[in-house]
Design a protein around this ligand. Structure first.
Ligand code: N01
Length: 874
């Protein structure tokens, strides 16, 4: 073993940066680090540059992001001198490009090929990494970067008997450099992911007989390969910089049209037209560029999935084979879809056979082939082969990282830290691993994006960070626990609002036995992600601790605290430049809220809607009843709408009332009340009380179950619900079985922290709350316990209470205070704090998907308030 000594004996590391991997990430890193004068070496296990394109030489290997997009963008001259020949470049052409880049920037002189890194250890005393290679060398570096790719560690064959086979064996992810000729041979291919789907048609052209072993059928669309499409060439020729910038600010790193409608917001004819257009486009991102909701709405996704199945059936002659090739048990896009050239057509060839491993799993690989046995227990079938091709995928995203023994601070290895799934900050760094960076690591957009765009963004971030550290005299950077935990939460929140967790995919680690089931990439989008990384830097490296001879700096915090869909909604509203309500008068604000309501999704269907009027305190007022499907009488919830006592109507919280009706199987009776400024305090409170009396006397006639009912309300409606419970207690009835208060007004004090923290930017602003109060009640009236129920002298004897509060709501702290005060007075009361939500997001049915579990919890609370007799059908 030789140790590369520090020749000057300075105690300084030999290198500023050691980079592992000479794929597109490692090459660009080297170019940029060298450009800034950082002493850098790249260590590469392969014999040359290219990374994944060096190893994946299987027949038919191509890119499935268009060549023009799958190119470096950092140097316009490089772009100008390289011409791609096809829409989707072949592996040899991409490798030629990698070689061209290596030569053009003279990269090879700082790359050590045929050098595998065995381990790396953080030396805390020396603030440096000690890196060991397979040749026994040790080198030291201030910074250590893993640029090892997301799909670079092939999965070993997890099939019994694999080592016994005496014929030729190939792995798509480690294909020989010499030509492989299948002419006249009997070939078995295991696996129908992208690698299988690309190679099977080509292998079929040569082989005498081809058998494909399929465990899970895949959604694949025709690539429509050919020359570079004119529109793409024209866009780049017209304004290269603008094109590249739009890619960087797009959702997936490729500029595509941004859809405006969901699948069910257009006619069936239009839906099919767009599906066809997407199909003909031959691009992975085409379907999601046609509709907003393919990735988040199961019913919408079902429509496209069925469309794809129809296409498969139309191509494959044999009905049974076609059905076997049709994916049915996971949503489109939740396993990586493929682009193919004649994949399904290949199964019409007489010498090609499909074996459905779900019907007949592999029992064993033998000396001469593969044995399968039907699940029904029939005879073993022996398939004889001259060659077996494993196209069984990779230990994706984390495999290459944990396969190196990386030991951080306190002797913990990355593999140990990630035992239950990867934990990173921004997918770039990890707590316990100072000066350690991952390019396109888990928790970054990586495999859900155009890798070239994501690689460039990560490399730029890391190199700029090293430059900033050098400028500031910092030697060590490490994320904080708070920042990392917050990021892991955000990554999970993003995945949870999509359909991705529904599939057993390699995105979820599900393809490798024993690997934790965690959604690995960041699905929030390249655009959001880039903006987040920029914000982290702009906010003084938010969530990082930096230290060095000149001292320490740490701006701790969590970078994205809003629920992701809430964040996207706020961004969209910001882009629309909608005027704040408080800048309008009450009439304008009412008109504006009505217009917004028109655009909102309607919410689920209920059994029946009944509109009518009830006697308010000063004349007839509207009600709307949401009846569940089925036979009554139903348990009843009296509901008061939100709107700051100024806006709204009996039907203004329609989607929420429908949703609660369906989830609780209770009758929701939404009542209107008089609004300010026409009717000021205590008009709304008096009407709310009148509604209680009316419902008590008419409940049976309305189809409700006699006896106690629950009350519920949102915002000012929550204030009214709280009031009627206090009044019913004080006036000796009626009995109310519980109160569900959703982000309610319970006080008139603007000094609580939630008012200061959320004064602006989250729809309900402090200014808007002033606007509401000013319209409704004189300052002197506001502390009246009817308007400020928290101020009631006695809070005991009230019905069971659940207060849902939202983290980014000025009313958060008063809601919490009300729950606390009630509990202190002996009431069965509690607060349910809703992380990352706003005043308006909990009831945003089919708009804010992350609030659906919250509403399920509301329904659960209501059901228990209403008693055990409430059963939800189905
Ligand atoms: O690997 P995969 P891949 N017995 O994991 C099956 C990128 N890529 O190399 O789904 C039987 O997708 C497995 O079945 P199941 C791209 O991101 C891009 O094809 O686990 N079968 C599946 O069918 C892609 O997604 C390009 O039930 C077994 C297949 O093997 C990613 O790389 C080209 C099995 C593996 O599919 C990985 O693609 C190629 C077993 N024991 C790859 N184990 C481009 O076009 C696994 N399978 C750019």
């Amino acid at each position: 073993m030789s140790t590369e000594q520090d020749p000057a004996g300075s105690g300084q590391p030999q290198y500023d940066a050691v980079v592992v991997g000479a794929g597109f990430a490692g090459m660009y890193l080297l170019h940029r680090l060298r450009g800034l004068g950082f002493r850098t070496v790249v260590l590469e296990a392969a014999g040359d540059v290219g990374g994944t394109w060096y190893w994946n030489r299987y027949p038919g290997a191509r890119c499935d992001i268009q060549s023009i997009d799958y190119s470096y963008s950092f140097d316009p001259e490089l772009e100008a001198e390289w011409q791609w020949t096809e829409k989707y470049a072949t592996q040899p052409e991409i490798l030629r490009y990698a070689n061209h880049v290596a030569e053009r920037y003279d990269l090879r002189r700082d790359i050590r090929f045929d050098t595998r890194v065995d381990g790396a250890r953080w030396d805390d005393g020396g603030s440096m990494w000690r890196i060991r290679t397979d040749s026994g060398d040790e080198m030291t570096a201030r910074h250590y970067v893993m640029a090892t790719g997301c799909l670079s560690l092939p999965k070993p064959p997890d099939i019994p008997g694999a080592e016994r086979f005496g014929g030729e064996v190939y792995f798509t992810g480690k294909w020989p450099h010499e030509d492989v000729d299948f002419t006249g041979k009997r070939v078995g291919v295991i696996g129908t992911g992208s690698s299988g789907i690309q190679s099977i048609p080509i292998i079929a052209e040569q082989a005498a007989a081809l058998t494909v072993f399929q465990r899970t059928p895949n959604y694949s669309m025709p690539a429509g390969n050919g020359p570079i499409p004119d529109d793409k060439a024209a866009a780049i020729a017209a304004d290269r910089d603008a094109y590249r910038e739009s890619a960087r600010r797009s959702r997936a790193g490729v500029p595509v049209e941004v859809p405006a409608e969901g699948v069910f917001q257009v006619s069936e004819e239009e839906r099919l037209r767009r599906f066809e257009e997407a199909w003909r486009q031959g691009e992975l991102l085409a379907p999601s560029s046609k509709f907003t909701d393919l990735g988040i709405n199961q019913a919408a996704n079902d429509q496209f999935a069925e469309f794809v199945r129809g296409k498969i059936r139309s191509v494959v002659d044999d009905h049974e084979v076609a059905e076997t090739l049709c994916p049915t048990d996971y949503p489109f896009g939740t396993k990586r879809p493929c682009l193919d050239t004649n994949y399904f057509q290949t199964f019409n060839l007489p010498h090609v056979r499909l074996v459905d491993l779900r019907e007949s799993p592999i029992e064993s690989i033998t000396e001469t082939g593969i044995d399968t046995r039907p699940v029904t227990g029939g005879e073993v079938e022996h398939h004889e082969f001259d060659a077996i091709v494993y196209a069984i995928g990779f230990d994706a995203m984390t495999g290459a990282l944990v396969s190196v023994d990386i030991e951080g601070r306190d002797g913990i290895t990355l593999a140990e830290k990630w035992e239950h799934g990867p934990e990173t900050y921004l997918g770039l760094t990890a707590v316990g691993f100072p000066n350690f960076y991952m390019i396109t690591g888990p928790g970054s957009p990586s495999v859900l994006s155009n890798m070239m765009v994501s690689i460039e963004q990560h490399v730029d971030w890391v190199v700029d960070c090293l430059r900033d550290m050098r400028d500031a005299g910092h030697e060590v950077i490490e994320p904080t626990q708070t920042a990392e935990a917050g990021w892991v939460q955000h990554v999970n929140d993003c995945a949870d609002i999509t359909l991705f967790p529904k599939a057993n995919s390699w995105y979820m680690g599900a393809n490798v036995p024993g690997k934790p089931r965690v959604f690995l990439p960041y699905v929030g989008g390249v655009d959001t992600y880039r903006a987040t990384c920029e914000r982290v830097v702009d906010e003084g490296y938010l969530g990082f601790r930096l230290s060095g001879p000149r001292g320490e700096q740490c701006h701790d915090g969590v970078v994205n605290r809003l629920q992701p869909d809430v964040m996207f909604l706020l961004q969209a509203m910001d882009e629309l430049g909608l005027p704040p309500l408080e800048t309008m008068d009450h009439a304008g604000a009412r008109e504006f809220s009505l217009a917004l309501k028109e655009q909102a999704p309607p919410g689920p269907d209920v059994g029946e809607i009944v509109d009518g009027t009830y006697p308010g305190a000063d004349g007839e007022l509207a009600y709307r009843i949401y009846q569940p499907a089925g036979d009554g009488p139903f348990p009843v919830v009296l509901y008061f709408h939100g709107g700051g006592w100024v806006l709204g109507a009996a039907d203004s919280d329609d989607p929420l009332c429908r949703d609660l009706c369906v989830r609780t199987h209770a009758m929701i009776v939404s009542v209107d009340y008089r609004h300010a400024p026409e009717a000021r305090f205590p008009a709304a409170h008096d009407d709310a009380w009148a509604a209680v009396q009316w419902l008590t006397s008419d409940v049976e006639a309305l189809g409700g179950r006699p006896g106690p009912f629950a009350v519920a309300g949102w915002s000012a409606g929550g204030n009214l619900a709280a009031h009627v419970c206090q009044r019913a207690r004080d006036e000796g009835g009626p009995a109310i079985s519980g109160q569900l208060l959703i982000t309610p007004v319970t006080d008139c004090d603007f000094s609580r922290p939630s008012y200061t923290e959320n004064a602006e930017g989250y729809i309900l602003t402090t200014a808007l709350m002033h606007w509401f109060w000013d319209y409704y009640a004189d300052e002197a009236d506001r502390p009246d316990p009817r308007a400020a129920p928290l101020r009631a002298a006695d809070l005991s004897g009230l019905p069971p209470t659940v207060v849902f509060t939202a983290e980014f709501d000025p009313l958060r702290d008063e809601g919490a205070a009300y729950a606390e005060a009630l509990a202190a007075a002996g009431v069965d009361a509690r607060e349910v704090p809703c992380r990352g939500h706003l005043h308006t997001s909990l009831g945003a049915v089919d708009v804010i998907i992350s609030s659906a579990p919250v509403r399920e919890q509301m329904a659960h609370e209501l059901r228990s308030m209403l008693g055990a007799s409430v059963t939800v059908p189905g």
